[in-house]
Design a binder for this molecule. Structure first.
Ligand code: GDP
Length: 171
């Protein structure tokens, strides 16, 4: 393995959309309903390989900092990508995506890539935000888009692998 890169990603979005669960599912391959997220992990890490290059993916969670505008510039500064999460069963979390997006754009370096994620696809019967709506918003705002479930792990690996590939191919 000749080269080694470090990509930092940040997770943002309303409280309760599943940011900590996505992080835990990706880095520890588990989902715990009763996990105490208030003292939980702040960041997790995974290694992947792209074209003989070892890439360390470091993911930072905004747990406990969900008040708008309270996330500091420092937090965004070195991120290669932002993962903006909403809950497909909660309309307000999708409405607030607009505010989160403005926050990211205001504080991040210009080249930051953003992926919009609709979480909790396992709760299909409670869905209030359609796939098409999410996709349309993402397209309009130049964001990558995917739906996932931190509970079943549907698309969880793919979020990070695809995102790392996008950034790798850009640099
Ligand atoms: P955060 O505040 O954004 O970090 O959200 P959490 O990760 O703490 O999750 C909030 C709640 O949603 C918890 O009760 C989780 O168990 C639940 N949750 C998170 N992801 C999923 C999912 O994919 N499916 C279901 N059914 N519940 C989820």
């Amino acid at each position: 393995m000749s080269k080694k890169y470090l990509y930092k990603f940040i997770l943002v979005g309303d409280a309760g959309v599943g940011k900590s669960c996505i992080l835990l599912q990706y880095t520890n391959k588990k989902f715990e309903v009763s996990y105490d997220y208030t003292v939980g992990i702040e960041f997790g890490s995974q290694m992947i390989e792209i074209n003989n290059t070892l890439i360390q993916i470091q993911i930072w969670d905004t747990a406990g900092q969900e008040t708008f505008r309270s996330i500091t510039r420092n937090y965004y500064r070195e991120a290669a990508g932002a993962i903006l999460v909403y809950d497909i069963t909660r309309r307000t979390s999708f409405t607030n995506v607009q505010i989160w997006l403005e926050d990211i754009l205001q504080h991040s370096p210009k080249q930051t890539e953003i992926t919009l994620i609709g979480n909790k696809t396992d709760l299909e019967k409670n869905r209030v935000v359609s796939y098409e709506e999410g996709k349309k918003f993402a397209k309009k705002n130049n964001l990558h888009f995917m739906e996932c479930s931190a509970k079943t792990s549907y698309n969880i690996d793919k979020i990070f692998v695809d995102f790392a590939n996008i950034i790798y191919n850009k640099t």
